[in-house]
Write a protein that binds this ligand. Structure first.
Ligand code: FNR
Length: 346
């Protein structure tokens, strides 16, 4: 079978394996973080403002549909549904990796559907760390993207027998950040990022990072299920949970705009991420699960409920807007305090 077909096949397998391994429980660490309510919040729920700025674009909610897919017929269907919901909610939506488009231009419509169904909204293009500036700009232009995500997926590549083995990506990232027409977000794909790596990323001129931590979609598990010769699931033992990654990011939050993702399951996870310094929160596996297991209508209802719950939690902790969430009291359990101490993070 030609390599191109294998790539598309891989994209299809990712969709159904993500669903096969989806769990309502996640291992993100959010249960080790407590928000403390305010018994006298002095606010009306009607004045709570969830609007969130994405590079000058005003979205209605502090969450967005993070990178998932592209390249196959199934991808086109999911991208279409995600774009419809992103349009209705007025939140950003991201494309899955667009690398396949450079090799197979006939996959174009699986990506451009994101812009067709969401003509005035915010769309992220998405490429891997091995993409050069020219490819990154072509990806942005294809969907008239408002920003570009560059994904770092070393563990995933290592878990794939056909995966990349050359991870010299810094020069590409530096050139893309310097030359691209839109802002850049560097993101992980569910294994988290340490403060040391965040420093390295910052030194490339990057200003925005999605720490995409461990606890939800696990590509070591997914790729090991596709690879019958080697089981590299344990590679995920080197990862940092979403909460640990947010703790790691504390050291660089003054110079990096942090996005959180990885295993987001509830309104509480969204609010806790914001409290820990995230600017906004990305959701992949949960959205894909609802679209695959239920329907577009039921997915819409699920996210409407989540949005309402975010507002209710904000009222409980006395936060009228997203920046006030960042001042709400929070308590970490001893495991997290111990983690921060060993990592020299205050
Ligand atoms: C992803 N993710 C992803 N990320 C990326 O930057 N480019 C991509 O092409 C993909 N592809 C992809 C496929 C599927 C099926 C899933 C579920 C996810 C990773 C995603 O954006 C996110 O970083 C992780 O999935 C962690 O978040 P969740 O899924 O736990 O919410």
């Amino acid at each position: 079978m030609p390599k191109q077909d294998e790539q598309i096949q891989r994209k299809v397998e990712h969709l159904f394996l993500a669903e096969k391994y989806f769990s309502d429980e996640s291992y993100t660490g959010f249960d080790q973080v407590r928000l403390i309510h305010d018994a006298l919040p002095e606010l009306k729920t009607s004045e709570i403002d969830l609007s969130t700025d994405f590079f000058g674009y005003k979205a209605d909610f502090p969450f967005y549909f993070n990178a998932i897919t592209g390249g196959s017929e199934q991808s086109k269907k999911f991208n279409s549904e995600l774009a419809i919901l992103a349009h209705e909610f007025n939140i950003p939506v991201s494309s899955g990796s667009m690398g396949v488009y450079f090799r197979l231009p006939q996959t174009k419509s699986s990506f451009t559907v994101l812009r067709e169904k969401n003509p005035d909204g915010f769309v992220f293009a998405n490429v891997s760390g091995k993409a050069n500036l020219e490819q990154a700009q072509a990806a942005v232009d294809l969907v008239s993207a408002n920003a570009l995500q560059i994904h770092l997926n070393v563990i995933q590549e290592l878990a794939m027998p056909e995966g990349d083995r050359d991870f010299n990506w810094s020069d590409n990232i530096k050139q893309i950040v310097a030359g691209l027409s839109v802002p850049v977000v560097v993101k992980e794909v569910g294994f988290g990022i340490s403060k040391d790596t965040l420093e390295k990323i910052s030194n490339l001129g990057v200003k925005n990072v999605d720490i995409s931590g461990f606890g939800g979609t696990d590509f070591a598990e997914i790729e090991s299920a596709r690879n019958h010769d080697l089981d590299l699931t344990n590679l995920d033992l080197t990862s940092l949970s979403t909460v640990e990654s947010l703790i790691e990011s504390k050291a660089v939050q003054s110079k990096l705009n942090i996005f959180a993702s990885g295993g987001i399951r509830s309104a509480f996870d969204v609010v806790k991420s914001l409290r820990m310094g995230a600017h906004a929160v990305g959701i992949s596996g949960l959205a894909l699960h609802h679209l695959q297991k239920y329907s577009l209508d039921e997915t819409r209802i699920f996210f409407e409920t989540m949005a309402l719950e975010i507002k209710i939690i904000m009222a409980a902790i006395g936060a009228k807007n997203i920046s006030e969430i960042q001042k709400a009291p929070v308590v970490f359990d001893t495991d997290l305090i111990n983690y921060a101490k060993q990592r020299n993070i205050n």
